[in-house]
Write a protein that binds this ligand. Structure first.
Ligand code: SAH
Ligand code: SF4
Ligand code: F3S
Length: 465
């Protein structure tokens, strides 16, 4: 989105920057950081890779498939580099952090590898590469504990929603997960800095922030402040004028009653929680080092729904974790049937370097994992569709984010529950919260119509719809 807006600014003489992001919202946030840092050096984002003078590929290594995507993207860039020798190709993100020099050695058309902990230095490093014509890999762990404490993220005009990283890294060491190895130990940003960033975003027109961290519930440790995640949320609610707050990701073991209560008590907190469960068998959860049982998880879901009935719940599940029997798998299916998630992200387990699970000997074969995933996804697809269909007839508050992707003149936004809705409205409604009556459901979006022009719109005297 930001790229499209800015690409109009590219002129014959300016330098084009093409950014491709794989992976989670942490990486999207870092890509925005790269855009900002390189914009200060005259680089203009472009949508068309052919116009690029620099390509920045932000990589993910969380699952084998994500890493394969990195290798195939880099492979495809070889011919571009041959036809355009001055092009500089940079790989950043978690694969870069993990492989460093090895990635540079593997792809001889790659000019620079920059780890997640060094991304702040991208400007200087790129200049060094430009001037010397050489190649370099940098994965240095900066003294300040990472790159997220360097001040404020300022967004270009026009963004209605924005991510705000509140913490980096993770200390949980789930047995399957590479994140603690590539993102390092948990580090929280000072609360004052986060609040100031949100106020600046608000002043530039942002209405909704997404607070990011691998385990936001443990926010605050090590900041030297007596501040918890709940304190932070409540302060954002009272000390800024931001209309909507979301956060991700929550770890079930750290989801406290106080945090759940925020969903019932804070108007600005969106009614959606992503709470990865990973498996429905206590034995597998223990092997995964998740620190909760199925019944403890379900009890938390029950409490959430009791205090906030309109909350939407989504989750992550891994099938084929080492040692997962058919019986364990059926327990996961049973859990899905019982909880009825609004949406689910599900994956086949894949070995990741350095993780404890990679050393487990009782691996599930690929075919069995694939069959289980297929079965599980079919089962969940019906639940997800049922949830979408049930939205028909309801009236939802929708934050208008911009034109619909279908480019059919409609506008698009999301409900508090994080469902996409498309509807007819003037483009001037962007950034407003409208009451939308949901007419019907597609597979992953809803169609609606403006139910009533809300107070906010009337106050701004927008043209009638
Ligand atoms: N911090 C978040 C998400 C981490 S990665 C959390 O704690 O849940 C996102 C998802 O990728 C995980 O929830 C998990 O379902 C999946 N995942 C992580 N490592 C994996 C692996 N080795 N194989 C398959 N799926 C994996
Ligand atoms: Fe990975 Fe577990 Fe940390 Fe999530 S909580 S990032 S799954 S180690
Ligand atoms: Fe991937 Fe790194 Fe995020 S491994 S999921 S991009 S933290």
């Amino acid at each position: 989105m930001l790229l499209t807006q800015n690409s109009k600014l590219k002129t014959e003489n300016s330098l084009g920057l093409y950014v491709h992001t794989i992976g989670c919202q942490m990486n999207e946030y870092d890509s925005l950081r790269v855009l900002r840092l390189l914009a200060a050096r005259g680089y203009v984002p472009v949508d068309d890779i052919a116009q690029a003078d620099v390509v920045f590929l932000n990589t993910c290594s969380v699952r084998g498939k994500a890493e394969q995507k990195v290798h195939s993207f880099l492979g495809r860039l070889r011919s571009l580099k041959e036809s355009k020798p001055h092009l500089k190709i940079i790989a950043g993100g978690c694969v870069a952090q993990q492989l460093g020099q090895k990635l540079l050695d593997k792809f001889d058309h790659l000019d620079m590898v920059i780890g997640t902990r060094a991304v702040n230095s991208i400007g200087q490093l790129l200049q060094r590469v430009q001037e010397s014509g050489g190649r370099l890999a940098c994965v240095a762990d900066e003294e300040n504990g990472g790159h997220q404490t360097d001040g404020l993220q300022i967004f270009p005009e026009g963004s209605v929603t924005a991510p705000v990283t509140i913490m980096q890294g993770c200390n949980n060491y789930c047995a399957y997960c590479i994140v603690p190895y590539v993102r390092g130990r948990e580090r929280s940003r000072p609360s004052g800095e986060i609040l100031e960033e949100i106020r600046l975003l608000e002043a530039s027109g942002v209405r909704e922030v997404l607070l990011l961290g691998q385990n936001v519930n443990s926010y605050g440790k090590g900041t030297g402040e007596a501040v918890t995640f709940v304190d932070l949320l409540r302060r954002i609610g009272t000390e800024t004028g931001i209309a909507r707050i979301r956060f991700t990701t929550s770890h079930p073991k750290d989801l406290t009653d106080e945090l759940m209560d925020c969903f019932a008590e804070m108007n600005s907190l969106c009614k959606h929680l992503h709470l990865p469960v990973q498996a429905g068998s206590d034995r597998i959860l223990a092997r995964m080092n998740r620190g909760y049982t199925v019944s403890a998880y379900i009890e938390k879901i029950r409490r959430l729904r009791r205090i906030c009935p309109e909350i939407a719940l989504t989750s992550d599940v891994i099938v084929g974790f080492p040692g997962e029997t058919e019986e364990d798998f059926q327990m996961t299916m049973k859990l899905l049937g019982e909880v009825q998630f609004d949406n689910l992200f599900s994956f086949c387990y894949s070995d990741r370097p350095n993780t404890r699970a990679a050393k487990f000997s009782d691996k599930v074969d690929r075919q069995t994992s694939a069959r289980r995933l297929n079965e599980l996804q079919g089962f969940q697809a019906d639940i997800t569709m049922g949830k979408y269909i049930a939205e028909a007839g309801s009236i939802r508050e929708v934050l208008v984010e911009g034109p619909s992707r279908a480019a059919n003149g409609q506008m698009s936004g999301r409900t508090s529950q994080n469902r996409i809705v498309n509807f007819d409205a003037p483009s001037s409604s962007k950034g407003k919260i409208l009451s939308i009556k949901i007419a019907f459901a597609h597979t992953h979006s809803l169609m609606g119509e403006v139910h009533e022009i809300n107070y906010e719109l009337q106050m701004n005297k927008l043209p009638s719809i």
